[in-house]
Write a protein that binds this ligand. Structure first.
Ligand code: PLP
Length: 406
């Protein structure tokens, strides 16, 4: 079960000051999660590169940067954010299947640790970019180990047939190409199996295939420095991050056996349980047998229930009397899929009651949009049990149109 990290009184104060919907994050929980990774992987002392995509707010990224983490970025925009947030360039790695020449040049100019490449054409472009800049690009190849992580099909990435990575056979060709180039330096091997993985078994399969492959590379005279096992460690909605020690028991000895430095890219597990979305009850209504609670938060604020069928627990701030009834928590967006929670059992809230949608710290605000011309929510960072600060202002109507021409 999840600890209650947001005292009711504090949430009330925040909502009264900032309005709703508002994302609330716990700084203490985020740094505790980083510590849990450090502790589990202590014998390897890995570089923990926070996957910025999970929640890229500068305050959260900055907190992790100050705590000594690195960053995994997947776009020029994320690299920009990571640098602005204070991550040391040599602790940043750049993943992603479609980097442009401009993004590559930005990464090389910034002096990041390495780029994960995912195709021969990408590697060729990286070589040309590095040649133009007269430098040697540190590169790692993302292999697709063809392992089924048994997760949602939208977040499975390590099976052959997905757009991510290359087969080991193709990776062999990429490493030979890089090793023969004066502008590329092969330094790492990378895989990322998917998200919401609750067992270490898929990692064990991928790691043992990677180790075999790395030994083969050594025989060809290609010696790497890093084994990057990606992210994906799961955390169930309504629960705290499970200890990653099972993962460490597999990855640490494997990296040691080939003498490589271990790199991790956790995203969701670092921030999911550390965040909640506070929304306000606007109306209650019935549609046939179904009861709806319409709130001021919607799928544009939190798309995970609509996109993946994610089931976020809902905690009402005011405990209303009356028996729990089955409720669908829906937003004002004009889509039937605009649900924050389906069929949750709660006493019927009153109009104006605040509901906390829990486990919303990862892929919540980061995936939010202005769909239906709804300004994005505010974000708040809590430290301890009382102190908090606004880390992103609520967008205004003006923000909706600032880039548009009449
Ligand atoms: C390359 C890469 N690394 C790390 C992550 C983070 O995964 P998670 O948030 O599940 O830990 C992702 C997620 O999509 C990814 O694509």
């Amino acid at each position: 079960m999840m600890r209650n990290i947001f005292p009711d009184k504090l949430v009330e104060r925040i909502a009264a000051k900032t309005g709703t919907p508002v994302y609330i994050y716990s700084a203490d929980r985020i740094t505790a999660n980083l510590e849990a990774y450090r502790k589990a992987f202590a014998p390897a002392g890995p570089l923990i590169c926070y996957a910025m995509k999970a929640n890229s707010n500068c305050a959260i990224a900055g907190l992790l940067a100050r705590s000594g983490a690195g960053a995994d970025v997947v776009s020029g925009g994320e690299l920009y954010r990571a640098l602005r947030a204070g991550f040391r360039p040599d602790r940043i790695i750049f993943s992603g299947v479609g980097k442009t020449a401009e993004e590559m040049a930005f990464a090389l100019r910034s002096g990041i640790r390495f780029l994960n490449v995912e195709s021969l054409e990408e590697l060729e472009l990286l070589e040309r970019t590095a040649a133009r800049m007269r430098l040697k690009a540190p590169v790692s190849v993302r292999v697709n180990p063809d392992v089924d992580p048994h997760t949602h099909k939208f977040i499975t990435t390590g099976k052959i047939g997905s757009k991510f990575g290359v087969s080991f056979a193709e990776a062999g060709r990429l490493y030979s190409f890089a090793a023969a180039s004066g502008y590329l330096e092969p330094v790492g091997l990378h895989f990322h199996l998917g998200s919401q993985i609750y067992s270490a078994r898929p990692y064990a399969l991928a790691v043992s295939a990677a180790v075999r492959f790395i030994r083969g590379l050594e025989k060809k005279g290609i010696r790497l420095k890093y084994l990057d096992i990606g992210g994906g460690w799961g955390v169930k909605e309504g629960e705290d991050m499970p200890s990653p020690s099972a993962l460490a028991r597999i990855a640490v000895p494997a990296a040691k056996s080939v003498g490589l430095e271990l790199i991790l890219e956790p995203g969701r597990s670092m921030v999911a349980a550390a965040g909640a979305l506070a929304v306000k009850t606007l109306y209650r209504k019935k549609s046939g047998p179904k009861r709806y609670v319409i709130t001021d938060g919607a799928m544009n604020d939190l798309i995970r229930p609509a996109l993946y069928g994610a089931e976020h627990p809902v905690r009402p701030l005011v405990k209303r009397p009356g028996p729990p009834v089955r409720l669908n928590i829906a937003g004002p967006v004009c889509e039937s899929s605009d649900l924050l929670a389906s069929g949750v059992r709660l006493p019927l809230p009153s109009r104006g009651d605040i509901l906390l949608i829990l486990s919303a710290g990862a892929y919540g605000f980061a995936m939010s949009s202005q769909y239906n011309s709804r300004p994005r929510a505010a974000e708040v960072l809590v430290t301890g049990r009382r102190s908090w600060r606004l880390i992103r202002e609520r967008e205004t109507y003006r923000d909706l149109i600032t880039k548009e021409k009449r």
